[in-house]
Design a binder for this molecule. Structure first.
Ligand code: NIG
Ligand code: FE
Length: 411
């Protein structure tokens, strides 16, 4: 069966392709593109459509001069969990710190208890509703971490729920096993034994097709660099890429460790050192900045954005949606916050949720830019220029989300 060949014309295109210095936004003022099946078959100036391709077009869509970008890639989320931490938010406003709450057995552990108590269908319904909220702001691809199960059975349930979100929504989902997120109560005082357990679970979770990457929380209140290394060695044995929650609350040298394993990304990075920046640059590791967590934890240490730029480290942005440090479902708000709080340029922020978000997930071949051969996942906005994505906040200008050349349903 031959697939539909659609000409989408009359678009102001921010392809996000190419070099920002030479082609800002990958901008094409009088843009058009052709989709064949789920892929982009051609992207360019509307007047330059090749004649042989024009003859094969079976359908035309007039985009009315709207601004079109690649659909967004949210490369760091914890979408699968039950319960909420609104009470903890109140306690933090009264002066308790995130670390104090965690040490007192609240924090991640309280979400683990709620998640373990929830049924599979409930977990799926909760995660699917969150995923749809992301789609309503233009998201096409999302990373979903486990890390609120913390046993083989419950980590597997969470990762299966993540896989089912893809089937339920049409999103591209990359799963990350974050079993090394916190110490579950049954391993109190036995962190090394817990790491042994995590290492023993990974082959089984991987054999079931549940793991695209492996992550850990390397921090004073979580796992040491030595424990993180053992998790990464297990990932390497299985041929899995790694990522790291690195230098969020303190500098643990996690970025250097992750870079030595060729990590896809290091995420958070408020306390990243110059050595960490250099190691990430040498390894091609993406820096994933998470302004939602910075804001919600009322952090005051900024990630070293200028040092990352100077070193040529690609910068991605994500929601870090989770119940404890970033209960947002708004990638658009992250674009605005990255500019106001971290001083990214609007173009850097949008690159962070498109081309560099894709890179942080190993999805560069299919996502993140509007280029021939990639998936036809794009967002149509009621905007004259994509810089307005950074300028407005609390406003959603999405007109339509198209996934694989088909209108996506977000309800
Ligand atoms: O990305 N830093 C660790 N993990 C999450 C927060 C988890 C939680 O508090 O539930 C984060 O910020
Ligand atoms: Fe996170």
């Amino acid at each position: 069966m031959s697939s539909t060949i659609t000409l989408w014309r009359h678009a102001r295109l921010a392809t996000m392709a190419g070099d920002a210095a030479t082609t800002p936004w990958g901008w094409i003022e009088r843009g058009a593109f052709v989709t064949e099946g789920e892929r982009l078959a051609w992207v360019g100036d509307g007047s330059a459509l090749p004649a042989d391709l024009a003859r094969r077009v079976t359908r035309e869509v007039d985009l009315g001069g709207a601004c079109v970008t690649p659909a967004l890639v949210d490369c760091h989320t914890h979408l699968v969990y039950a319960g909420d931490r609104a009470r903890e938010f109140e306690l933090r406003l009264q002066g308790a710190s995130y670390e104090e709450i965690a040490r007192a057995g609240g924090g991640i552990r309280s979400t683990v208890a709620a998640t373990r108590a929830a049924g599979d269908d409930e977990l799926l319904a909760l995660a699917t509703a969150r995923a749809r909220a992301l789609m309503r702001e233009g998201v096409a691809a999302v990373e979903v971490k486990s890390g609120y199960g913390l046993s083989l059975e419950h980590e597997a349930r969470c990762l299966r729920a993540a896989r089912r979100v893809a089937a339920a929504t049409g999103l591209t989902v990359r799963t990350t096993c974050l079993a090394a997120h916190a110490l579950p109560p049954e391993f109190d005082g036995r962190a090394d034994d817990y790491v042994d357990a995590v290492v023993s679970w990974l082959p089984q979770l991987t054999a079931e097709g549940l793991v695209d990457a492996v992550d850990a929380f390397c921090e004073r209140i979580a796992f040491t660099p030595a424990q993180t290394r053992r998790v990464f060695e297990a990932a390497r044995t299985l041929g899995l890429p790694v990522k790291l929650h690195a230098e969020q609350l303190s500098d643990q040298g996690g970025a250097q460790l992750a870079a030595s394993f060729g990590a896809l990304s290091c995420d958070h990075l408020e306390h990243l050192s110059a050595e960490g920046v250099a190691a990430m640059a040498a390894a091609g590791t993406v820096a994933v900045l998470l302004p939602g967590a910075y804001y919600f934890l009322r952090d005051t240490t900024l990630p070293p954005v200028q040092a990352l730029r100077d070193a040529g480290v690609p910068i991605a942005l994500a929601t870090d949606h989770n119940p404890g440090s970033s209960p947002t479902l708004s990638p658009l708000l992250m674009i605005n916050m990255a500019c106001t709080l971290f001083r990214l340029t609007p173009e850097e922020a949008v690159r962070g949720l498109t081309v560099n978000g894709a890179r942080a997930l190993g999805l560069s071949a299919s996502h993140g830019t509007l280029e021939t051969g990639k998936r036809a996942d794009f967002a149509v906005w009621d905007l004259a220029h994509p810089r307005e994505l950074a300028y407005r906040f609390g406003v959603n200008p999405l007109r339509r989300l198209v996934l694989g050349a088909e209108e996506a349903s977000t309800s």
